[in-house]
Design a protein around this ligand. Structure first.
Ligand SMILES: *[C@@H]1O[C@H](CO)[C@@H](O)[C@H](O)[C@H]1NC(C)=O
Length: 117
C-alpha cells in the first residue's frame, strides 16, 4: 500500500505537468499576432484581394486606400485579419476583413464588413 502511494506521488506531477503542456500547446494555435509591417507588399496584396473579392460579391466598386492594421493567425495556412480603408469615389470607409491563405498562396475571403472604431 505504501509502495502504491509512493508511485502515485511520483506519477502525479508527471501527469499534471504533461496536462499543462498539452493545454498550452492547444491554446497557442489560433492566437492572433499583430503584423508589424502593414506596408509589406504581401499584406497589401492580401488587402487588395479582399477588396477585389468583395467587389465581385457585393458589386461595391471599392478601391483600397490604406491598410490600417492587421493580425495573423496560424491555422492550416494563415488567416489575415486586416483593418483597411477603401473608397467608392464618393466616400472612404473602414472595413475589417479576414482572408485565409494556404502554403500555395491560394486565398479565400472569409469576411468583409464595415468596421466602426
Ligand atoms: C459610396 O458610399 C456611400 C456611403 O456608403 C454611399 O452613400 C454612396 O452611394 C456610394 N457611392 C457609390 C458610387 O456607390
Amino acid at each position: 500500500m505504501q509502495q502504491f502511494q509512493q508511485i502515485l506521488v511520483l506519477l502525479f506531477p508527471l501527469i499534471f505537468f504533461s496536462l499543462i503542456i498539452s493545454i498550452t500547446e492547444v491554446s497557442a494555435v489560433g492566437e492572433w499576432t499583430p503584423i508589424k509591417d502593414i506596408k509589406d507588399p504581401h499584406v497589401v496584396e492580401i488587402a487588395k484581394f479582399a477588396v477585389d473579392e468583395y467587389n465581385k460579391i457585393g458589386n461595391a466598386g471599392l478601391k483600397l486606400t490604406t491598410v490600417v492594421s492587421g493580425e495573423t493567425q496560424v491555422v492550416s495556412g494563415t488567416n489575415y485579419r486586416l483593418i483597411l480603408k477603401a473608397t467608392n469615389k464618393t466616400a472612404t470607409k473602414t472595413y475589417r476583413t479576414i482572408v485565409w491563405e494556404d502554403a500555395f498562396k491560394n486565398k479565400k475571403l472569409t469576411s468583409f464588413e464595415p468596421f466602426l472604431g
